[in-house]
Design a protein around this ligand. Structure first.
Ligand code: GLY
Length: 419
């Protein structure tokens, strides 16, 4: 079986790591891939957003399955384009991917179908939104409608903050057309939980719950990042919370998207906040989370290829998806300066000694191979992941592994999994 995975970060490394364990012994290609993925897959230098080039490559190589992992190619309709050529693709089509690509679409869907989320208003002009912001309660949340590399959600404590957010999103168009509309949303509080689900258009299979750490520094201080570490499962997602979330959020969402004429197939990610008034949806993503995937897939016992096939075929209800009982922690090692500017090209040492262990997996995010060495090539460099019977044990092992790895300027949080 031949599989192409689109993307080149830690999430894609985790997907490929899991696919490569299948009894089907797949031959895997990855576009564009990275220095760690290259050990498991043939990496090809096609940009993840280059839809025509990806479709051409998939046709030429006759892949049995193409897994489209990142948000941009999904929003650009890569799955639609592959399916048009008769190529089996895992991921939502562009219509269904709007749950992530347009926050206005997602909020309107939740409102229409009574799915619990924070109150909101949509604005299409800076004047109208500023008039509203001059007279609203703070803190408040200003969100760009479209994709913004995870940076389009701004929590504002004062009118001055909100004015700066509108300037950035709507006037300066830092995120391009994604800033044509903004949402102003009520600020809500509580622990955050990520619940990723396989979805086949009609049925959902939730994965183990997980929790991300988005701020750059310990104790949730510093700027927002793409994610500095994760753990799974989260003890806050108790069986009672899970029952309520399934009944009020997961099932109504899959039904709502189908009722809008765009059944969702792929991974539907629910970013939830457990408020004192009950669980609320913060956001939907149309894909595996990063770095949530790095802690969720190591706990999956079942064959990922079988699950992906069932997702495409609409037969997830006939699958028995099994999970391990243990826990997993992923500590992201980032380049010095990230999420601001940083230097690349530093050699990474200490990786060889960690290879071949079942309980430690180092997922590569921003790395490349150069003259036989692994060097840094991005902001988030590695996701050092460990499995144990509980979170405390996994945390201890993950940090012991982090201590073995060296590169100039490396920074990481010391408190992943503590809360
Ligand atoms: N970890 C957040 C995301 O994948 O969007």
């Amino acid at each position: 079986m031949k599989i192409l995975v689109v993307g080149g970060g830690g999430r894609e490394h985790a997907i490929i790591w899991k696919l490569s364990q299948s009894v089907k012994k797949p031959v895997i290609h990855c576009a564009p891939g990275n220095g760690g993925i290259a050990a498991l897959a043939t990496c090809v230098p096609i940009k993840a957003t280059d839809v025509p080039a990806m479709v051409e490559y998939a046709k030429k190589e006759r892949f049995d399955l193409v897994v489209v992992a990142p948000d941009d190619p999904l929003a650009l309709g890569m799955v639609d384009a592959l399916e048009k050529e008769g190529i089996r693709a895992f991921g939502p089509n562009a219509a269904a991917a709007r749950v992530e690509a347009s926050k206005v679409f997602a909020k309107d869907l939740m409102q229409k179908y009574g799915i619990p989320t924070a109150g909101y208003r949509v604005f299409t002009s800076p004047e109208a939104v500023l008039a509203h912001l001059a007279d609203c309660d703070y803190p408040t949340v200003v969100k760009a409608d479209g994709l913004a590399l995870g940076k389009g959600v701004i929590i504002c404590n004062t009118y001055e903050d909100a004015k700066a957010a509108v300037q950035k999103i709507m006037v300066d168009r830092v995120f391009g057309a994604s800033g044509a509309r903004v949402i102003v949303e009520d600020y809500i509080e509580g622990p955050e939980v990520s619940v990723l689900c396989f979805a086949d258009g009609k049925h959902l299979v939730p994965m183990v719950s997980s929790q991300d750490h988005k701020r750059a520094f310990d104790k949730d201080e510093g700027p927002n990042t793409g994610g500095m570490g994760t753990f799974a499962p989260t003890p806050k997602y108790t069986p009672a919370v899970e029952e309520e979330v399934t009944r009020t959020i997961l099932l109504p969402t899959i039904e709502a998207i189908a009722a809008e004429g765009a059944p969702f197939k792929g991974v539907l990610y629910f970013g939830l906040m457990l408020t004192k008034d009950g669980p609320r949806v913060l956001e939907y993503n149309a894909r595996f989370g990063d770095p949530e995937t790095q802690v969720v897939l190591p706990l999956l016992k079942s064959d990922l290829i079988d699950i992906m096939e069932a997702t495409i075929d609409g037969t997830l209800d006939q699958m028995d998806v099994e999970w391990e009982q243990g826990a997993c922690v992923c500590v992201v090692m980032a380049s010095g300066g990230y999420p601001g500017s940083y230097q690349k090209g530093y050699e990474i040492t200490g990786l060889d000694a960690l290879q071949g262990r079942d309980d430690i997996i180092v997922f590569h995010a921003g790395t490349q191979l150069k003259d036989g060495k692994t060097v840094t090539s991005g902001g988030r460099v590695l996701g050092v992941t460990a499995k144990a019977k509980d979170i405390a044990g996994a945390r201890e092992k993950a940090y012991a592994a982090v201590n073995e790895i060296r590169f100039t300027g490396a920074h990481y949080r010391r408190d992943i999994g503590v809360k």
